[in-house]
Design a protein around this ligand. Structure first.
Ligand code: NAP
Length: 268
């Protein structure tokens, strides 16, 4: 059985490859723009391509039974059509909450007629890398929405769920899985958790609206406003944690504390 992992050096895609290897899968094909630089593990078949360039997909899809689809809304319809044509039997796509800008990915997957499972992660814990430059420079984190609460998920858990579903697709056909971490936390609490992982007391300073807009635009370019609007929406509707990761994996989802300990080098 051949499983294609797209975006194979992406944060999630790379971990999907590792999870599948750890589960003993031998037929992994990894799609990457630069096979030489990708440094994928031995035993993985590496092919050149990118879901954003559908012309590269027919060769990558030949003989593939199941596919992990990284989110690329603009070309998702064409990629899914090619997957159906190539005889792919199950697509596990990773996008985001329904109705957001990733919706085109789920729509394309459903339209192509191949059996599917949607993975819908909330915010990634790794978005904390937004704070990394400030934390590397000192003990003060200037930020917006300090009391906004959500339940971010570890990319490790998204990948573990993807691998589990790829290995037993029949149990998950047509399902949408909202994926969160195990606890809902405010941004202040997340910064404090990173401080504990580093053995430092980090001070959280709330920015004014204009200061926040200027900081987030400098950090995220055109997505700065979008991110701040998302925080404003969350302020009225905190995102609760759901148990999907634990239910599917039979072990607890990674906590923020644990994620911060594992990734503390990001902030040093
Ligand atoms: N951050 C969040 O809170 C959050 C929440 C929900 C969803 N999401 C979505 O999750 C995705 C991030 O997942 P991920 O980090 O695993 O990355 P990804 O978007 O799934 O995959 C990124 C990989 O795609 C390949 N790629 C090749 N050319 C590219 C190009 N021109 N632009 C972008 N990627 C290219 C690269 O891998 P190769 O070099 O191997 O080809 C790259 O490492 C994003 O689409 C994001 O919108 C994020």
């Amino acid at each position: 059985m051949k499983i294609l992992v797209t975006g194979a050096t992406g944060n999630v895609g790379r971990m999907v490859v590792d999870e599948l290897l750890a589960l003993g899968v031998s037929g992994i094909r990894a799609l990457t723009v630069d096979p030489a630089a990708a440094a994928l593990p031995a035993g993985v078949e590496v092919v050149r391509g990118f879901v954003g360039r559908p012309a590269t997909m027919p060769a990558a899809l030949a003989g593939v039974e199941r596919m992990y689809l990284a989110p690329h809304p603009a070309s998702a319809a064409e990629v899914c059509r090619l997957a159906a044509e190539a005889g792919v039997r199950h697509i596990v796509d990773m996008a985001g909450a329904k109705g957001e800008h990733w919706q085109a990915v789920e729509d394309a997957v459903e339209a192509c007629g191949v059996a599917y499972t949607h993975l819908e992660p909330g915010e990634f814990m790794s978005n904390a890398d937004l704070w990394a430059p400030q934390i590397r420079a000192g003990d003060v984190v200037r930020d917006a929405g300090g009391d906004v609460v959500n339940a971010p998920v570890a990319q490790e858990d998204i990948a573990a769920v993807a691998a589990r579903v790829l290995l037993s697709p029949a149990d998950h056909v047509g399902r949408s899985y909202e994926l969160t971490g195990p606890e809902a936390l405010s941004r202040r609490q997340k910064v404090a958790a990173i401080g504990r992982a580093l053995g430092r007391d980090l001070e959280y300073v709330e920015l004014t609206g204009d200061e926040a807009r200027s900081l987030f635009t400098s950090l995220m370019g055109e997505y700065g406003d979008w991110y701040l609007d998302g925080l404003a929406q969350l302020a009225g509707h905190p995102q609760p944690a759901v148990s999907t990761v634990a239910d599917l994996l039979g072990r607890p989802a990674m906590t923020y504390e644990e994620w911060a300990r594992r990734h503390s080098d990001l902030f040093r």
